[in-house]
Design a protein around this ligand. Structure first.
Ligand code: ZN
Length: 266
């Protein structure tokens, strides 16, 4: 690698320049303009740190697309086309005031470099496999925007847990919703397995209907045809809380099992 770079710098011959062109096509410089901006960590959430870290205004200043939750785990956040929505535990969807506090979020300025259709999705596993085909790598992050009509979609929305309760307690009582023949958008982030120490590994989708009246964290879906747009994200910006409770928390435990439980249907 170093030797090749040196050769390019030292003035390639005509033949060499065609080689270096093809090399640069297969190994482009990482793009630091496609940034995933994350507030706090999944481990902090699992450990019960759901006080607000930043306002929704700050989240929207760093991305127009993404997902998260609100202070006290008061609903699922969906950020789409520069607007932030909250899906509460009772299923109600509302646009969020910019001063609403956010303990955890991942957002980006969505700029798709992949635009494809997927067909005949009969369950979540199939849906994720079809999305897998569009990803060239499992070692970078992706933002995925999926638009279409879902013949069936199941979501859940978190409610604030009992006082001093944990994410896992909130997950036990979370409400689930099922919708049929509903047009809407899935806002998704795919994160590499190695990010499980601070993020949600694999796919994480939040749904909002075109009518902006239904939504939630995706649990199941089926559809005949969907438009999938995806963006490769090779730049990661992590903002850590500075609250006393965060600074003093024991985050040394592996939170992956509790997080996986909280993310799934039960
Ligand atoms: Zn979620």
């Amino acid at each position: 690698m170093c030797a090749k770079e040196h050769r390019e710098e030292s003035g390639p011959s005509k033949e060499d320049s065609s080689i270096s062109r093809s090399e640069s096509a297969s190994a482009p410089t990482p793009d630091i303009t496609h940034t995933l901006f994350q507030i706090s960590t999944s481990g902090a959430l699992v450990a019960g740190l759901y006080n607000g870290v930043v306002s929704t205004r700050v989240v929207l200043a760093h991305g127009d697309f993404g997902l998260g939750t609100f202070a006290g785990l008061d609903g699922e956040m969906v950020v789409l086309d520069g607007r932030a929505y909250r899906v509460r535990g009772d299923g109600a969807v509302s646009e969020v005031a910019v001063d609403a506090e956010v303990p955890f979020a991942v957002v980006t300025r969505f700029d798709a470099d992949i635009d494809e259709e997927i067909r005949d999705v009969s369950n979540l596993g199939e849906f994720e496999k079809k999305c897998d085909v569009l990803r060239v790598s499992s070692n970078i992050f992706y933002a995925l925007r999926i638009d279409g009509t879902f013949s069936r979609i199941r979501t859940r929305a978190v409610s604030p847990p009992p006082k001093n309760g944990r994410l896992i307690d909130a997950a036990k009582v979370q409400a689930e919703f099922e919708f049929n023949d509903i047009a809407g958008t899935l806002v998704g982030i795919w994160s590499p397995g190695f990010s499980s120490a601070f993020s949600v590994p694999g796919y994480h989708f939040h749904f909002v209907s075109d009518s902006r009246t239904h939504g939630g964290h995706l649990l199941a879906c089926s559809s005949e045809i969907l438009r999938v747009r995806a963006e490769r994200l090779t730049d990661f910006h992590l903002v850590l809380p500075t609250s006393e409770s965060y600074l003093k928390a024991d985050l040394s435990k592996n939170s992956a099992d509790e997080l996986a439980y909280a993310e799934q249907s039960h």
